[in-house]
Write a protein that binds this ligand. Structure first.
Ligand SMILES: Cc1ncc(COP(=O)(O)O)c(C=O)c1O
Length: 445
């Protein structure tokens, strides 16, 4: 690179940070007029500069920023292996699909095998089960953690049970003690969907380090963002090789993009019924995908990782702030409770409207939205009641009454670091005013 090119690059990066400060200044918040988002990215000049820096490499595909991100994230979580992918959904797809590899011998998941999960959550935690022609077995969630009801695990077991795949929904860890003990007893794979829960701990250990595989999402609503992005974590080298094979077209070769002959015998392999010496770069051991991320995504993630501890702390502080302020309304609202032994890394603040309350969840949502306060439902509510899942093959344990409660009665509020105390106060005041008006009237309709 010429000296002039280096100088220009430095200038561009400085200008990018300046541009960010100029183009995206802090806005003044006016209660009732400004929008209070439920989630969103928190980006600074450093983030944008690193993103531009990666673009100026003109490398574009997975490269040095991706490697640096994978290493840094693995260190933060405390796992050996981290593989970057292009979304949390891709992370879930590739994680479960890796377990269908024939290279796992008698532990390979085969069509018709059962995977225990829950229906109160995000669709792409469950979709890879169906996409791999495995059978989801739905157990209920417990209230008010809104996480898997571990007392139903034994009931869910059958001779076909091979794996458990569940999310730490909204950042509250599920009962990892009970789930891991059950999995160990019955020799089951565990996939932890940590997409909502980066940095959450259970008994002092980070989520994502308990199961065989774990996944993360870096969509803007999540704790750190790359725009679109995800990662699969594991401590098992064979599983990481399988993840990367399925991620990278199903290839047998494990060269980095742009690199040849890492194995040192590129033209000496004899695999399948290919002629001896067929180029290893074009040898496929799995029916794979291409789920790789670009280096620009990775650069943004790398810069965001510098701030992850702060982001998590603000989410926890905002959660506590809302909890304390809403505590007096517990006669009509069900407030969330952290799973015993856990320190959640909250994605949002789940709030339940009690059946006995003189208003419904939908009325509360409308009251909040009319005050320009963003809300979300707890993802799909009860997946089994969604049109896409009509006609799927599945088993369920009981009637899933708490899952239906989640579908009908739960909303969630934002806790992301883009919210300040004026916004949180506006959320609380709106809920308190709405609840007191509803209590004063016989029934709201
Ligand atoms: C629990 C859970 N799993 C998976 C995903 C999918 O992540 P992505 O949007 O990056 O595909 C989400 C998205 O919010 C999620 O909440």
């Amino acid at each position: 690179m010429s000296q002039r090119a280096d100088e220009l690059r430095t200038q561009i990066l400085q200008l990018t940070a300046e541009y960010h400060a100029e183009a995206f200044p802090q806005k003044t918040f006016v209660a009732g007029q400004s929008f209070v988002p439920v989630s969103g990215k928190v980006i600074d000049g450093q983030d944008l500069s690193l993103l531009v820096d990666s673009a100026l490499d003109c490398w574009f595909t997975t490269g040095r920023f991706a490697k640096a991100f994978e290493k840094k994230l693995a260190r933060f979580i405390g796992v050996r292996g981290c593989s970057l992918v292009n979304s949390g959904s891709s992370a879930n797809l590739v994680a479960l699909t890796a377990l269908t590899s024939p290279k796992l011998g008698d532990r390979q998941l085969k069509p018709g095998d059962e995977v225990i999960t829950v229906a109160a959550g995000f669709p792409t935690t469950v979709n890879p089960i169906i996409q791999n022609r495995l059978i989801p077995v739905f157990v209920d969630v417990a209230l008010p953690t809104f996480e898997i009801d571990v007392t139903q695990l034994e009931k869910a077991l059958s001779p076909k049970t091979r794996a458990i795949m569940i999310a730490h929904t909204l950042g509250n860890p599920f009962d990892l003690g009970a789930v891991m003990e059950f999995a160990k007893k019955h020799n089951l794979w565990v996939v932890e969907d940590c997409c909502d829960a980066l940095g959450a701990t259970y008994k002092g250990q980070k989520v994502g380090t308990f199961g065989d595989l774990a996944t993360l999402s870096f969509y803007p609503a999540h704790h750190i963002t790359m725009g679109e992005g995800g990662a699969v974590l594991t401590n098992t080298p064979l599983l990481q090789t399988l993840i990367e094979s399925f991620r990278d077209w199903g290839r047998d070769c494990w060269c980095e993009p742009g690199v040849d002959n890492t194995c040192g015998k590129r033209f000496d392999w004899q695999l399948g019924s290919l002629p001896c010496g067929y180029d290893h770069k074009y040898t496929y051991s799995h029916i794979g995908y291409n789920l790789k991320a670009t280096d620009m995504q990775a650069a943004l993630g790398l810069s965001q990782l510098d701030k992850v501890e702060h982001f998590i702390q603000v989410r926890r502080d905002n959660f506590q702030y809302l909890w304390k302020a809403l505590e007096p309304l517990q006669d009509v609202l069900m407030l969330p409770v952290a799973t015993e032994g856990s320190d959640p890394s909250w994605f949002g603040f789940p709030l339940g409207v009690r059946e006995s309350a003189p208003f419904t969840r939908d009325q509360l949502v409308k009251a909040l939205e009319s005050q320009k306060i963003g809300t979300r439902l707890m993802f799909a509510g009860n997946l089994l009641r969604q049109p896409a899942y009509e006609g799927i093959e599945f088993r369920q344990i009981g009637d899933l009454p708490n899952t239906d409660f989640v579908m009908r009665n739960i909303l969630w509020l934002g806790v992301f670091p883009g919210l300040d105390s004026a916004m949180l106060d506006h959320i609380v005041a709106t809920i308190a005013q709405f609840a007191s008006q509803a209590k004063a009237l016989p029934v709201l309709s």
